[in-house]
Design a protein around this ligand. Sequence first.
Ligand SMILES: Nc1ncnc2c1ncn2[C@@H]1O[C@H](COP(=O)(O)OP(=O)(O)O)[C@@H](O)[C@H]1O
Ligand SMILES: [Mg+2]
Length: 367
Amino acid sequence: MPDYYIGLISGTSMDGIDAVLASFDREVLELRATHAHAYPKELGDALQATIKNPDACGLDHLGVLDRWIGECFRDAALEIVNKSGVPMADIVAIGSHGQTLRHQPAGVRPFSLQVGDPATIAAGTGITTVADFRRADIAAGGQGAPLVPPFHDWLFRAKGTHRVVLNLGGIANVTVLPGDDSPVIGFDTGPGNTLLDAWIGAQRALPYDSDGQWAASGAVITGLLDELMADEYFELLPPKSTGFEHFNLGWLKACAIEDQSPRDIQATLSELTARTVAAAIDTHAPATKEVYVCGGGAHNQDLMRRLKNRLPDKDVASTLEVGLDPDWVEAAAFAWLAMRTINKETGNLPSVTGASHRVVLGAIHYP
Ligand SMILES: Nc1ncnc2c1ncn2[C@@H]1O[C@H](COP(=O)(O)OP(=O)(O)O)[C@@H](O)[C@H]1O
Ligand SMILES: [Mg+2]
């Protein structure tokens, strides 16, 4: 019988929980069910407010958010078990990434804070729950991010072909999979969709720019693009990771955007993501032949078109081409990471995060 695991994540876009029920049978992954679980509006609003104004977040509020998000993750898990028809008792464990509230990988005491109480998930489902995946890597001197590259390595690496897996979430991250025995590298390139979502949200009260149509209707403002691209983050050498603590509307508004047309700003932000991703690949993975894209940004046709323009000598396609639907790659990664933890196997790649050594990730919560 295969081993069944559930993976749960809500990324920096905070667009809701992605859930998969995966089976692993002699190293073969199959998705048995998938489910997108929206946050209730009240919770989504509370989360947005907290992110935008972290200093106003009191301890009680933090505690309540932790339990409330835990309940949502529990409900997502229950729903996916229901959808799959797999008996509850056959599921080995849930891997829950939780919701990141704060990611500060630099400084005297680096930390990454995820909420979504795993004990609530374990108690409500009766399934062992692995969570808090980032802590052990940070304690070992790493960034605690990105954590998906070892999964990409396991699933997508091909001998003889230099590949990159690009995840276009709120933040964009790449995994460089050499076709030879060189180590895997991976890092956050900078903004993925986060600025695109924030700008259209502020201007037009929409959650995102559907298919990138608004961006496609504007023209790139070259002066602004240059100003945005001058940010130091883009020049930093990996290992590196970032979040909405850095790339947010305040960051954009510090640049010369008055008197510019809002749709041209949207076009410029889309070009910014495409350029910084392409520059990261050209600089750190020049031998790349194939780029496989996952995450919600894979649906943004304007962004994908800009990316292909910036990477003319590479094949740019969705991860579907290599066997996994782009919407479920991250959630599948956390199912896989939970399996690693349950089997007492390491889950981080020091060549990616900068940790001093490989460690078993996560804390295990029994029901
Ligand atoms: N049809 C679409 N057109 C444009 N953008 C989309 C579309 N579908 C999803 N997205 C983008 O993808 C984001 C969600 O991507 P996701 O991979 O879930 O990111 P995260 O991991 O940060 O939650 C949305 O916020 C939106 O910006
Ligand atoms: Mg998401």
